[in-house]
Ligand binder design. Structure first.
Ligand code: DON
Length: 578
């Protein structure tokens, strides 16, 4: 399959954001403990985070973080800032920031209300179960690149809905900075230029070629990049709300683009798109409360199932040890097995959420984990049923917190850029099981519950999460990009903070591991596990798979006197506060 993201390292360089403001009455944070990483690890511990007394936004693009921070400074709350940041990312971070994709937002208001909004893309009405199979029944690359890969975008409707219910500012006000950035341009950095160079061949096949590669050359770092088509689209949204995107001239450009390349999204698909408010997954881990995203994302359930298994061990295994990596792998392996076989869009399949997130179920799973030997996935499957993303988190001075993850799926999505509209479209259709039982771009082997049906949401792994301390105050706002590695990476940052009492900077720089049941391998960041640990894991039956980097996380943590923000040390970005 083309553009495979089996190389999780590539996926990992996606985006995430966060913003926070301090609350003076917040309880003390347990003291942090210095972290020690293996000698060969390239991100030494002891780095500094960005500190802000009042508010901070952590994302993959510092211009967009600044936009969010400024909105809070002007009196907006965390939701206003999150939406402003989201629209700014659509301009300055086109690899993943988007209006042509979808996402999930978890909100925790200072008054104790928690909410989750699902603005995941849906399969177009003309989609069909086998639309990505060739005459022989084999998978094609059409779920990954080109017009047929596109799900009906949810980003504009979702951000607007979140703003309406929990924000304080108008859509026009929060979208204004993005319009200005598109209209006046911004200075291209080497990260944007590098990303475009990497995907030049794919983007060049469609309408975006002349925009991003004038005269065949990638827009150079240091040059000013103006996007007048995108400014026009954003103004339509500012003036008419979601109708400015889903009906009328912008919708017409999107549908015209579909027709240009054999896509199937129609005006009717756009007109019927609706975001869904969901009840967040609420769980506990060693006295902390976890507020996370339910389906159509698998993120909250899968992470909670894993944390519940790990909580059954009275004492966490020493960080970086063989036992640490082994227990993580065995726990992830079991919760991903459930994820891949039991989760899907709740409007189409019954999701056993209560069972999967119960402590009793975790104890049953834990009983079958042997601390001495790996259980091959093939022995667990008996009862089979049935990169590019960006996360940002926000907390404001009142103590409202927002964790948002949004994606086009691949870097630049389907690579299809809407001529006249000025934005990339997702390739989210690949998150369905295009052929149940066969791996998708991320190597996820998923079942019938995630098969393609018109109007259905494809299962996601996005894991925007808010962690409350034992007294109920916001402690962490976290989430990431990287397909299935989002779940493992996000949970490891949480574990590093709670179990190993690392500073946020260390928790983010700490080496990560990943297991997703199939392929049955323990993926680790090169240099992140010591040789003796690797040797003993191999002896226990783990198939070890080194990779450059795993997951792209942006997080915020409450500290004494304010907040710390850290954007992914393995990628570009910035945490900006005041
Ligand atoms: O929703 C999902 O799980 C995927 N579409 C996320 C893709 C992703 O994170 C790619 N990023 N680097």
């Amino acid at each position: 399959m083309k553009r495979s993201h089996l190389a999780l390292g590539i996926i990992a360089i996606a985006a995430c954001r966060s913003a926070v403001i301090a609350t003076s009455a917040a309880p003390e944070i347990a003291p942090r403990v210095a972290a020690h990483f293996p000698a060969g690890w390239h991100l030494p511990s002891g780095a500094q985070a960005s500190f802000a007394e009042h508010a901070i936004v952590s994302s993959n693009d510092s211009i967009a973080s600044r936009v969010g921070r400024d909105i809070i400074r002007r009196g907006g709350n965390a939701v206003d800032a999150a939406v402003a940041t989201g629209f700014a990312l659509a301009v300055t971070y086109p690899i993943a920031g988007n209006i042509g994709g979808g996402g999930f937002m978890v909100i925790r208001m200072a008054d104790g209300r928690s909410a989750a909004i699902d603005y995941r893309e849906v399969a177009p009405l003309a989609a069909s179960r086998d639309m990505y199979l060739d005459a022989k029944g084999d998978l094609t690359d059409k779920s990954v690149i080109g017009h047929l890969a596109v799900g009906v975008p949810g980003a504009v409707a979702g951000m607007n809905e979140a703003l309406k219910k929990y924000g304080t500012m108008s859509l026009r006000d929060v979208i204004a900075p993005a319009i200005e950035l598109a209209e006046k341009g911004f200075v291209v950095d080497s990260s944007l230029s590098r990303g475009l160079t990497r995907y030049q061949k794919d983007i060049g096949k469609f309408s975006g070629g002349s925009k991003f590669f004038p005269n065949g050359q990638v827009i150079a770092p240091g040059s000013r990049f103006v996007q007048s088509e995108l400014a026009w689209t954003l103004k339509q949204i500012a003036e008419r709300g979601p109708d400015g995107f889903y009906r009328g001239p912008v919708a017409d450009t999107l549908v015209a683009e579909m027709k240009r390349g054999g896509g199937i999204i129609t005006l009717a698909d756009l007109a019927r798109y609706k975001p869904e408010w969901r009840k967040p997954v609420l769980g506990t881990y060693r006295g902390h409360t976890i507020v996370a995203m339910p389906p159509a994302s698998s993120g909250g359930i899968t992470m909670m199932e894993t944390l519940n298994i790990l909580e059954t061990y009275d004492t966490p295994a020493p960080y970086g040890s063989t036992l640490w990596a082994h227990r993580l792998a065995e726990s992830y392996q079991r919760s991903f097995l459930d994820r891949n076989n039991k989760l899907g869009d709740p409007a189409f399949v019954a999701v056993p959420q209560d069972e999967l997130t119960s402590k009793a179920y975790a104890r049953q799973l834990r009983a079958k984990i042997d601390d001495r030997v790996h259980s091959p996935t093939s022995t667990l499957v008996a009862k089979r049923e049935g990169t590019h993303t960006t996360h940002y988190s926000v907390v404001d001075a009142q103590g409202n917190a927002v964790a948002t993850t949004t994606t086009l799926n691949n870097s630049y999505g389907s690579a299809v850029w809407v001529r006249g509209g000025g934005f990339f479209l997702n390739d989210e259709m690949d998150d369905f099981a295009a052929k149940p039982g066969s791996p998708n771009m991320f190597g996820l082997v998923q079942g019938e519950q995630n098969a393609i049906v018109p109007g259905k949401r494809m299962l996601s792994a996005m894991t925007p999460t808010i962690v409350l301390d034992p007294k109920g105050s916001v402690l962490l706002v976290v989430g990431g990009a990287g397909g299935p590695t989002i779940i493992t990476g996000t949970s490891q940052v949480i574990l590093n903070v709670i179990d190993y009492r690392m500073s946020l900077a260390d928790a983010m720089r700490a080496p990560r591991v990943h297991h997703q049941s199939l392929p049955d391998s323990l993926t680790f960041e090169r240099g992140g596990l010591s040789q003796p640990v690797l040797d003993s894991l191999r002896a226990m039956g783990h198939q070890l798979r080194p990779i450059g980097s795993l997951v792209n996380i942006n997080a915020i943590m409450r500290v004494k006197g304010g907040w710390e923000g850290v954007s992914e040390p393995r990628a570009s970005g910035g945490a900006v506060g005041y």
